[in-house]
Design a binder for this molecule. Sequence first.
Ligand SMILES: [Zn+2]
Length: 125
Amino acid sequence: MVISSLRLALEWFELIRQSRYRLQHSHTQPDLELLDAETIVVVGSFSAPKWAVFRCPGNCSTVYRLSLNADQSPHWRVSVDWLGRPSCSPSIHQKSACHAHFWIRAGRVQQCRDNGCVVARDHKA
Ligand SMILES: [Zn+2]
């Protein structure tokens, strides 16, 4: 709570850039009807996360379910900085719907050079 208030204050004073995404943990799959465009839900335990579930920042609103299981291929890694801003690696490439190709770094979307759609509130990586 204190950290999120500090992050909001730093964003308000424009000392840091505004985050698009925030992180939420859940032991169960989120209700997709309730999943907003600013939340990344990490499903599973803290020690054994299984999935990262979030909506595409492009214009398709596709729900991504990225595997966080290092034993599977492909898989991604979600980390959080001290201000609670999530980062995801490697990049996410939506090849079937809007053709978005982007990174999530410190809660922000950074387009890759071959990004194929308009992504709100971001900049070139
Ligand atoms: Zn999309």
